[in-house]
Write a protein that binds this ligand. Sequence first.
Ligand SMILES: [Mg+2]
Length: 190
Amino acid sequence: MLDLLRPDQYFRSLYDVDFDQLVEMGIRGIILDLDNTLVAWGDDSISEELMSKVDHLRRLGLKMCIVSNNLGGRVAAISRKLGIPAASGALKPFRRAYAKALEILGTESRETALIGDQLFTDILGGNLAGLYTILVDPISSREFATTKLFRLLESVARVRLGLAREGWRSVPRRASGQPGVVPENRHKME
Ligand SMILES: [Mg+2]
């Protein structure tokens, strides 16, 4: 179980992720969590920093899709503003949450990375779906009450996984990682 919660990489934020490295590793598609990964929870304003990061990813030839457990209008509005398709009401961590995203991206799971801020939805779901998983710290401490409960469990799991709360580092790839795309030597180990 603990292994299913282990992200392939861990960074402080989306802006610290080495996307050039991901492209070199054969990643072609990126599934993005919305709340507290791209924008603060409940916020629908798009920063210039986010806009230019999205442009950067586009220039690298990466396809993107937002996957959110949230429903409706706000997800659609942000999706429109960023020009990135979205699958909302996704029921992460269940596998089918990502099936739709992979269909939209037109990529295989092994060439797709997922970036999210929650171990028990994003990372667990991504690992179950065979994606390359990247954990980031949440942008804001505001979130659903249920999410806050999961954060308690998460803090226990983080200690077990050796994921410190502060600072970023990449984590060793799971021994049982997906075959093929990722040369082991490309992976930063600490
Ligand atoms: Mg989130």
